[in-house]
Design a protein. Structure first.
Length: 475
């Protein structure tokens, strides 16, 4: 029996059914729909709306369907409109007309958004786990190059010398913010819409707060209209996933640059590279390029959904059917990219010698001259100008900063004494950057220690949440 149609004299046209049909993509909600159905069944029985015998029969059939969906024994068929109608078909095939009893007190409107919240929570927890795996790879790689000097860049130009591990570690901090965003998102998403009905709640003696607790939510919707129409949680999830994609893209971009012949810093493992169908010498960092390319897809999914949501009036509108595919696609994409990037990071080797030789190039030690003058109580504006004049003289004479003579230094600024050369070394520049978050060996060691503690804390937090969710799902 269809979930609607009593007031219609004819079924939908083929074109209408084809446009309306969603089971080909929303079938992945089936386990969550079955779990929310079990929670709803408990309320129907405890409120006296279903007898113990009927409730017991429906419960047994739901559990059978859960197992059959998991094994693929029960699947949607061509005549099913969506996941809800497919599963009700399964119930009625097992139980006859009493299979339709479960529909009392709920609508597809509150049902689908409940299912989608459960799906999103489950999979965003998996995204968090994969992010932590990548963070661990980044931290290990950063630690491996804790003593490797390299040039740091701004505007893709040499800026100041850094520890190369410091460069790698910055990505772990970016992903830590993504994990914070997932934690915040979980708080706002943990609201159960079940009980909102089509839009107005229910006249039946239901208990939305008990259903919410049974499904692991922290509360139930305070406004039934908002309960069925709110898709902020989908938009927020897509934003978080787009940010993860952006951070993955930055890694991809850097790996592509470092692997070029011109840089020659990165040797990407064969397992994370591809070749050319015509040029046998090629070794391409395709995983890095794909990580970079997928970011556009993730941003597009976010933009598309925001455009869909921007003008929807009142309560539920069928436009909201468009919320699922972008979410499914973004989750699938991120879960596809994260393990590949994690493996690429973990297995890439970097050329320490090339990085060290490049560290002082491009007059990257010029700031050391300015800082030297500041320590001699020269106003920074004058110190900056003097350092710039040192660079200009070196450029015109084809020399490096430490090759300027004592008299040349003194002529540029009287406070530039011969011992200025003591700071014009990569080692000295690195050792001096001792502020919190700086690139000195001591600051970097503290940074790595803090990162490890943060990752361990996040691992426990998200692992605990995953265990609780699995227990709620009966897994």
């Amino acid at each position: 029996m269809a979930l609607w149609g009593g007031r219609f004299s004819d079924g939908p046209a083929d074109a209408v059914f084809a446009l309306s049909r969603s089971v080909h993509f929303d079938w992945r909600l089936a386990p969550y729909d079955l779990r929310s159905s079990l929670a709803h069944l408990e309320i129907l029985q405890s409120s006296g709306l279903l007898t113990a015998d009927v409730a017991g029969a429906i419960r047994g059939a739901l559990l059978e369907l859960t197992a059959e969906v998991a094994t693929g024994e029960f699947q949607a068929i061509a005549s099913d409109e969506d996941v809800h109608s497919a599963l009700e078909r399964g119930l009625t095939e097992k139980l006859g007309d009493i299979g339709g009893s479960l529909r009392a007190g709920r609508s597809r409107n509150d049902q689908v958004t409940t299912d989608l919240r459960l799906y999103a929570i489950d999979h965003m927890l998996e995204v968090a786990t994969q992010i932590i795996n990548l963070q661990e790879a980044l931290i290990a790689k950063a630690n491996e190059y804790a003593d490797a000097p390299a040039p740091g860049f701004t505007h893709l130009q040499h800026a100041q010398p850094i520890i190369f591990g410091h460069e790698i570690a910055k990505h772990a901090h970016a992903f830590a913010r993504d994990l914070d965003r997932i934690s915040d998102w979980l708080v706002r998403t943990s609201v159960s819409p079940l009980g909102s009905g089509a839009l107005a709640g229910s006249s039946l003696p239901l208990s939305p707060e008990k259903t919410a607790a049974a499904l692991g939510f922290t509360s139930s919707s305070a406004n039934s209209i908002d309960g069925v129409s709110d898709r902020d949680f989908v938009a927020e999830a897509l934003f978080v996933l787009a940010m993860v994609g952006s951070h993955l893209s930055r890694i991809g971009e850097e790996w592509c640059i470092w692997a070029t012949t011109e840089f020659g810093w990165a040797k990407v493992a064969d397992a994370y590279s591809t070749g050319s169908s015509i040029m046998p010498q090629k070794k391409n960092p395709d995983m890095a390029e794909l990580a970079r390319g997928k970011a556009g897809r993730l941003v597009g999914n976010l933009t598309g959904l925001l455009t869909t949501l921007k003008g929807l009036p009142f309560a539920y509108n069928r436009d909201l059917q468009e919320d699922k595919e972008p979410l499914f696609d973004s989750i699938d994409t991120v879960l596809l990219v994260l393990p590949a990037v994690t493996g690429m990071v973990a297995t890439t080797n970097f050329d320490r010698e090339k990085m060290a030789l490049a560290a002082p190039l491009g007059f990257s030690l010029a700031t050391e001259i300015a800082d030297y003058l500041v320590r001699a109580h020269v106003p920074f504006a004058h110190a900056h100008e003097a350092a710039g004049k040192c660079v200009a003289l070196c450029e015109s004479s084809g020399r490096q900063l430490h090759q300027l003579t004592d008299s040349e230094f003194a002529e540029i600024h009287p406070s530039l004494q011969p011992d200025v050369r003591d700071v014009l070394t990569v080692h000295g520049a690195l050792a001096s950057r001792t502020t919190i978050g700086g690139t000195s060996p001591s600051s970097f060691a503290e940074q790595i220690k803090s990162l490890k503690e943060l990752v361990q804390s996040d691992f426990k937090k998200f692992n605990d949440k995953k265990r609780a969710f699995s227990a709620m799902m009966g897994q």
